[in-house]
Design a protein around this ligand. Structure first.
Ligand code: ATP
Ligand code: MG
Length: 572
């Protein structure tokens, strides 16, 4: 490809809305353009990287014995009603009606469609195991689309589904996919970690997320410094700490706390540490309101609370509900005097606290020196693990120190079990002719998100540093003076020869200053650059520059092709 013909609208300035580096660089490097919130056009350069990731995914899926198919994006509502998800999915599911008034949706995922296919086509244990996958556009009407391709509304996903006769066979399919994922992300040059994860709304028994480690990641993971334990903080259990505090109970007092609402405001006003406070969060669930008690320095874990309550989801109650339940505005809720109909769930870490501070259910007031039993009977409360693990906690597996890191979820593998096969009636006949539900797994990879995650990990102040496996081009030839016939001929010759070697090469034949060429080559992150300029005139040499290491070497014309070929091989 010739740079002069390539549609690559690079930018000097980045739109202010781009917050993370991958979003900024993808816009600047002319890889993507926004159409509307969460909707992006992949420009030629961006699409090339996307296709590279797709091909790696395809090769590894095929190698693992999975077979590619392609399902419709538009899905009929009936299937979602059968699985029970039509009502459960919130606004993320974009629903509409066709001309016959039939309710439909845009597929955010394809468990229903694939299970429908398999229930119609698979009869016997002889047809199993089966792993099917597709690489396709998904639509999720995300609440907060942001960070470019990282969290779009329309995005490309590889989704695979496995079908097996029993749990052991599912374990095998799961392991195959897990191993394929490791190879895929390694080949994409990502620094990643597979972590234990919650099974969420899709349901199922076991799941791992593949997290790319990056400070801008939206997920937090707990990683043990000693053993191999790693889990999403949504899931990581907090060990119960049972150290009793040897302190006398002091007198309960109602204290005015004018204008002090947040934990920080209240604790500094009262001159205590936030560990001596218990915050009371009024929470709305499917059909009721509850109170959750958390130590002041801790954070509520929605996922754990959802599981403890056995509900579909939880959210903070709105102001009106808080007022109705506590009789006070937001900021003063507390367990003392709360109506008996409101269930109170307290985190284990509050169990042994003494002389703590709580909201008084009265505007601008808190209680100090509150104590269990005397002021709040412990049997009024359900104690459970409902907080997010912190670096003060220890590894749930080995007890060593843990670290909390940020990650970008690029892939997710689930053991679904029979959730969908039972709901939709996907069964097979076993060797005794007995009908049994098919055991399923599902496996997703965000293609665009993987490209963005790679840029988060591989960049410098000059731009992107693509790993050669997913770079839009492997080599760029910077022809410094296209008007010089001799130089031009050399560049053309190298260009053709590299192409004949099957190397993806971009020839920068533009009539612009060398500085501009180097800047653009750095910005778009091409791993290798061949410079043809003055040194060729003087000494017959060309320069080979490696974007990542910054190494520059003079090489003779005869050596260029094989040196570049070998270098690319070594980088793959
Ligand atoms: P998240 O927690 O980030 O919302 P998810 O758990 O909803 O993701 P899955 O249903 O597991 O995602 O989807 C499989 C993969 O698709 C994810 O691992 C991620 O890489 C990708 N993905 C999911 N949502 C988006 C999105 N809005 N934009 C881009 N990629 C996405
Ligand atoms: Mg997920």
């Amino acid at each position: 490809m010739r740079y002069s013909k390539l549609f690559i609208p690079t930018l000097k300035e980045v739109p202010a809305e781009a917050e993370v580096i991958s979003h900024k660089l993808m816009l600047r490097a002319g890889m993507i353009r926004k159409l509307a919130s969460g909707l992006y056009t992949y420009l030629p350069l961006g699409l090339r990287s996307i296709r590279k990731v797709e091909n790696i995914v395809r090769e590894e899926m095929n190698r693992a014995g999975a077979q590619e198919l392609l399902m419709p994006i538009v899905q009929p509502a009936e299937l979602w009603e059968e699985s029970g998800r039509w009502d459960k999915m919130g606004k993320e599911l974009l629903r509409f009606k066709d001309r016959h008034d039939r309710p439909m949706c845009l597929g955010p995922t394809h468990e229903e469609v694939i299970t429908d296919l398999v229930r119609k086509e698979v009869r016997s244990y002889r047809d199993l195991p089966l792993i099917l996958y597709q690489i396709q556009t998904k639509f999720r009407d995300e609440r907060r689309p942001r960070f470019g391709l990282m969290r779009g509304r329309e995005f490309i996903m590889k989704d695979a589904y496995s079908f097996d006769v029993d749990e052991d066979a599912l374990d095998e399919s799961y392991q195959k996919m897990y191993d394929a994922y490791c190879r895929i992300f390694e080949r994409c040059g990502l620094n990643f970690r597979a972590v234990e994860a919650d099974t969420g709304a899709i349901g199922g028994s076991c799941s791992h997320e593949f997290m790319v480690l990056a400070d801008t990641g939206e997920d937090k993971i707990a990683v043990c410094t000693a053993c191999n334990y790693a889990a999403n903080v949504e899931l990581a259990p907090c060990k119960r700490q049972n150290d009793k505090i040897d302190e006398k109970e002091k007198e309960l007092k109602l204290i005015p706390t004018p204008g002090k609402k947040t934990i920080e405001e209240v604790s500094s006003f009262l001159g205590v540490s936030n560990k001596e406070l218990i915050k009371t969060l009024i929470i709305k669930t499917d059909d009721k309101v509850i109170a959750a008690l958390i130590r002041g320095d801790h954070e509520l874990n929605d996922v754990k609370l959802t599981h403890v309550l056995g509900v579909d989801g939880v959210e903070l109650a709105d102001e009106e509900t808080v007022k109705k339940v506590t009789g006070a505005p937001v900021g003063f809720a507390g367990p003392i005097g709360l109506d008996e109909s409101i269930e109170v769930i307290a985190d284990y870490s509050t169990f042994n606290m003494k002389n703590f501070v709580v909201g008084a259910n009265k505007q601008e007031h808190h209680y100090i020196n509150c104590n269990w039993e005397r002021d709040i009977p412990r049997n009024r409360v359900r104690f459970a693990d409902i907080r997010i693990i912190t670096e003060e906690d220890t590894c749930p597996k080995c007890g060593s120190k843990i670290e909390i890191k940020r990650g970008i979820e690029v892939g997710h593998v689930f053991k679904l079990g029979t959730k969908y096969s039972e709901a939709l009636g996907a069964t097979y006949l076993d060797s005794n002719g007995k009908e049994r539900p098919i055991i399923m797994g599902c496996y997703g990879i965000g293609i665009g998100r993987s490209v963005a995650a790679s840029i988060e990990q591989n960049h410098d102040e000059n731009g992107i540093i693509f790993p050669v496996t997913i770079a839009p081009f492997e080599v760029i030839i910077s022809l410094l003076n296209p008007k010089d016939i001799e130089l031009k001929d050399v560049a053309e010759k190298i260009y053709v020869n590299l192409q004949e070697e099957g190397i993806e090469v971009l020839l920068d034949d533009r009539d612009v200053r060398p500085g501009v060429k180097f800047k653009d080559a750095d910005l778009i992150g091409i791993p290798l650059r061949i410079t043809i300029g003055k040194r060729f005139k003087d000494k017959g040499l060309v320069e080979l520059y490696e974007r990542k290491s910054g190494n520059m070497k003079d090489i003779s014309l005869d050596d260029v092709i094989y040196k570049v070929r070998d270098k690319i091989k070594s980088l793959k």
